[in-house]
Design a protein around this ligand. Structure first.
Ligand code: GAL
Length: 462
């Protein structure tokens, strides 16, 4: 079991200092370590939100546990624990796959019940499993597959939903909804069956009496344009509503995992939570795309634009625009940059100009004096992984992470934002790893065409 207190935090890192929800950059927990909760879901208990997700590795896809983080503001996350570690054997044993954990609190028993996708490494042995714990932050006891009339539910992508009346539901890929027993430990009834083949990463929420069901297309960890359905009842009829982000944006480069309603004194914000996967660097280079959902009068849901950063007032339930503070300087104009290896200036047909390199080991070192550093980059179909390090004036490592500058279209945005630091002299180094996103699914191969790491603009808070 991991022990959060065992990690030495660099004294320059100021925790709990962030104010905005920032998408597409690694997030850092109270220890300055990347928040690793992929395929996540959230449950609120008391004053805290608990985020459960896949605790990933940077090499290999084997299950290494489900993580739990908690927060009072949905911005600053505290690592709680790996709440369901690899089991000695069985469906979540060594060299297995465990994905998309979702936790419900069972009204009848008061127990916390976690549902997940279990599988073999080749995704040929899918089953929905469950685990329970008397406390929200674990440790959870794994009970094996969730059963319906003694039968295993052989589904993969899944989610869980609790309706207003306390009834619990399991939702799976291809458009299935199953009602859970009162103790949430088995399935009692298929409610919707095979509504739409290939509809993955399901998430359901309810707003003003309407149920919304989101999901992705079937492209493994590659991004696609996700779609949604609505219905007056979980039983349907479910009406296809099409895409909710502009077609071609690939859901702003993300895959649905969950929608979190945040209700306050003035209204409710529905937070779309998506994953920007980065196989095989899923631990540090995958990022979160969390966006406020818009609703038109007729209930049409959308993410009309990508909000790099925004504020959520958890008391009022209202969100507002928020710019990441700091000044932006083009990398070519930034004073004192130390260059190792070959970086070339590149302007693509979309008009994005940056410095980029695919030479393994090539680096850019950016000295700075201030409290926070970040950078914008251009992600392209030939983008790869870069290592990012912040060092203090004495050369000690403050923080490290991996970023990815891959996208199926050319897209310029913030790719790294460090945590708040004590004001001082530091340096930021970006090094080309010579690695790229790739994924081989049953029927297709996805991935980048190159190892390019891009740096476009430096963001500095003095
Ligand atoms: C995706 C799915 C992920 C993961 C991946 C592996 O379609 O949503 O959870 O299973 O495939 O290929």
């Amino acid at each position: 079991m991991l022990d959060a207190s065992a990690v030495e935090v660099h004294p320059a890192i100021r925790t709990n200092a962030s104010e905005a929800i920032v998408s597409g950059v690694p997030w850092f927990d109270q220890r300055g370590i990347a928040v690793s909760a992929r395929g996540a879901g959230i449950l609120k208990e008391g004053e805290r939100w608990y985020l459960f997700g896949e605790f990933k590795q940077d090499h290999g896809n084997a299950f290494v546990g489900f993580s739990c983080y908690s927060s009072t503001d949905l911005v600053n996350w505290r690592f709680e624990n790996v709440v369901l570690p690899t089991q000695p054997d069985g469906r979540l044993g060594p060299d297995r796959v465990g994905e998309r954990p979702k936790v419900l609190k069972c009204p009848a028993t008061g127990e916390f019940v976690m549902y997940m996708h279990t599988d073999d490494r080749g995704y040929r042995d899918p089953a929905v499993g469950y685990a329970t714990s008397p406390t929200i932050n674990g440790v959870y006891t794994f009970h094996g597959p969730l059963l319906h009339n003694g039968e295993i539910i052989k589904k993969w992508d899944m989610s869980a939903f609790q309706d207003d009346d306390g009834a619990g539901y399991l939702v799976t890929h291809s458009g299935n909804i199953f009602r859970l027993a009162d103790d949430y430990r088995s399935v009692v009834e298929p409610v919707v069956q095979d509504m739409t083949p290939g509809f993955e990463s399901p998430a359901i929420f309810k707003r003003e009496g309407v149920y919304y069901w989101l999901g992705s297309g079937l492209t493994g960890w590659e991004r696609n344009d996700n779609t949604y359905f609505t219905a007056p009842s979980l039983r349907g009829p479910w009406k296809p509503r099409g895409h909710f982000a502009p077609v071609g944006s690939l859901t702003w480069n993300s895959q649905t995992t969950f929608v979190l309603p945040v209700a306050g004194s003035e209204g409710t914000t529905f937070v779309y939570m998506g994953d920007r996967w980065a196989h095989p660097r899923q631990n540090t280079a995958a990022t979160y795309v969390w966006q406020p959902l818009h609703f038109a009068e007729d209930g049409t849901m959308s993410l009309p634009e990508f909000r790099q950063s925004w504020n959520l007032d958890t008391l009022t339930g209202r969100w507002s625009e928020a710019r990441v503070a700091g000044s932006l300087v083009d990398i070519r104009d930034y004073p004192g940059v130390r260059v190792e290896g070959t970086w070339t200036r590149h302007t693509d047909s979309d008009g994005h100009t940056d410095l980029r390199s695919a030479e393994k080991g090539a680096s850019l070192t950016i000295p700075f004096t201030g409290t926070r550093i970040g950078f914008h980059a251009v992600a392209r179909p030939d983008g790869g992984f870069g290592r990012v390090e912040i060092r203090d004036a004495g050369g000690d490592l403050v923080l490290h992470s991996i970023v990815e500058t891959y996208c199926l279209y050319s897209e310029a945005s913030l790719k790294f934002l460090g945590p708040e630091l004590e004001r001082g002299d530091y340096s930021l180094t970006v090094t080309v790893l010579g690695e790229r996103f790739f994924w081989q699914a049953k029927t297709a191969t996805y991935g980048s065409h190159g190892d390019y790491v891009s740096v476009q603009k430096i963001l500095l808070v003095e």
